[in-house]
Write a protein that binds this ligand. Structure first.
Ligand code: GDP
Ligand code: IMO
Ligand code: MG
Length: 427
């Protein structure tokens, strides 16, 4: 039996989809525990590319049961569009299971997401506009709509009505919009009730049973540590808990059952949306990294902001998640640089700071202190053993390992499932 959590160690898009797919070959369940269709995961198998948003990336694996846990927020239109798309591509989605406690993203929360960004003006977050923040806010505010409400029509209508009392006030009085009609929203949700019913289950019960039976379970995060509502660069974060603790609350599994926590980190760093990013490169080097790494969002198509590896962020992610392993992805993208700077600490208003500052103002003032590591020119995309990497690439990985507070168990050298160098097995 093995329970393994996969989390993002930076600001997202580290390659969690690829790694989930890679480890997922040997697991029985893949449980998505947070976020929604703000995520964009790319999986490349035998040269064919799959883009997943709401469905767990583990759905590509024909053996595993894919699960959407209670910590996820679900846009029902998107769910069924993705299911239909996967079916059309020959991926079997019939094993998908969905927690009855997961929350639904009603259409009005997509409107609220965009209105909230508008009222923030130049302090906007740069959200994906998918209604994620307002839906988690409703959950905490106890006015959310859950999957199980689809099976009790009168309760559903009452809940939509009470949620809309507040939202319609904002839409009409603050923004001069037409109010949203309660029955129209309820009807649009109810149309999915029959189709979703056979997939709905008790996530906590089933996943714990699977662990009791000695099955392997992988918990798959959306987003990342630095986007975590508690531990990220608040308020420039998402509204869920993408860190390791979120896997437990987001699926109903206790922390004593978890064996390993794997953090995915790129060999450099990217960020989408607004917020502080100490190692960001605003010059041609940043543009070169963006082109070489294909750094454009899977969900919104936005160009990703790019910068050098930040070991302070990596150490922080190791601590907050209790990482047992790091998978370092996209090492191949760094080929061709004479020197590669790595951020080892920050200069905050003239003082050296080695750990993540505990307050936001200091983090906004943080300037990277770099160590320069020698680069390599050889094409590394065909390397499958660590010793096959050029010595400078090996030294780069080893130095990152020393600086990041956790061993680097796998190194990614290409987008395909096979383009991975395993130093330590993950399962
Ligand atoms: P996720 O959101 O963490 O699942 O990551 P995304 O899928 O949004 O972005 C990661 C991108 O990098 C995808 O296009 C992957 O196919 C690609 N990728 C993952 N690992 C590697 C790697 O080791 N090398 C290269 N060149 N690309 C990779
Ligand atoms: P994956 O799973 C990168 C960012 C958005 C925005 C902030 C809040 O592919 O790594 P939200 O819509 O969640 O309220 O937006 O979080 N963001 C991501 N950035 N990768 C993601 O997912 C993200 N999901 C949300 O750009 O800055
Ligand atoms: Mg992504």
């Amino acid at each position: 039996m093995s329970a393994i959590i996969v989390v993002g160690a930076q600001w997202g898009d580290e390659g969690k989809g690829k790694v989930t797919d890679l480890i997922g070959q040997d697991v029985d369940y893949v449980v998505k525990f947070n976020g929604g269709n703000n995520a964009g995961h790319t999986v490349v198998v035998d040269g064919k590319k799959y883009a997943l948003h709401l469905l767990p990336a583990g759905i590509i694996n024909p053996k595993a049961t894919p699960v959407i846990g209670n910590g996820v927020v679900i846009d029902l239109d998107v769910l069924f569009q993705e299911i239909d798309q996967m079916d059309a591509e020959g991926i079997d989605t019939s094993r998908l299971r969905i927690s009855s406690n997961a929350h639904i993203i009603p259409s009005y929360n997509k409107i609220m997401d965009n209105l909230s960004e508008r009222s923030l003006g130049d302090r906007l977050i740069g959200t994906t506009g998918r209604g994620i923040g307002p839906t988690y806010a409703d959950k905490m505010n106890r006015i959310g709509i859950r999957i199980q409400d689809l099976f009790d029509e009168s309760i559903l209508r009452q809940k939509v009505k009470s949620a809309l009392e507040q939202k319609n006030f904002t839409m009409e009085k603050e923004f001069g919009l037409e109010p949203v009609d309660v029955d129209q929203v309820a009807d649009s949700l109810l149309q999915y009730a029959d189709r979703i019913k056979p997939m709905v289950f008790d996530c906590s019960l089933e996943v714990n049973k699977a662990l009791d039976e000695g099955k392997n379970v992988l918990f798959e995060a959306g987003q990342a540590t630095m986007l975590d509502i508690d531990h990220g660069t608040y308020p420039f974060v998402t509204s869920s808990s993408p860190t390791a603790g979120g896997a437990c609350t987001g699926s109903g599994v206790g922390p004593t059952r978890i064996d390993r926590v794997v953090g995915i980190a790129k060999a450099y760093v990217t960020r989408v949306g607004e917020g502080p990013f100490p190692t960001e490169l605003l010059d041609q080097t940043g543009e070169d990294l963006r082109q070489a790494g294909g750094e454009f969002g899977v969900t919104t198509g936005r160009p990703r902001r790019c910068g050098w590896y930040d070991a302070v962020v990596a150490r922080y992610a190791s601590r907050v998640n209790g990482l047992t392993d790091i998978v370092l992805t996209k090492l191949d993208v760094l080929t061709g640089y004479k020197q590669i700077p790595v951020c080892v600490a920050y200069d905050v208003d003239g003082k050296r700071v080695d750990e993540m500052p505990a307050d936001q103002t200091s983090f906004h003032h943080a300037k990277p202190i770099y160590e320069e590591l020698p680069g390599w020119d050889e094409d590394i995309t065909g390397c499958r053993r660590f010793e096959e990497l050029p010595v400078n690439a090996q030294a780069y990985v080893r130095r990152l390992e020393e600086l990041s507070g956790c061993r680097i168990s796998v190194v990614g050298v290409g987008a395909g499932r096979e383009a991975s160098i395993e130093r330590t097995t993950l399962l």
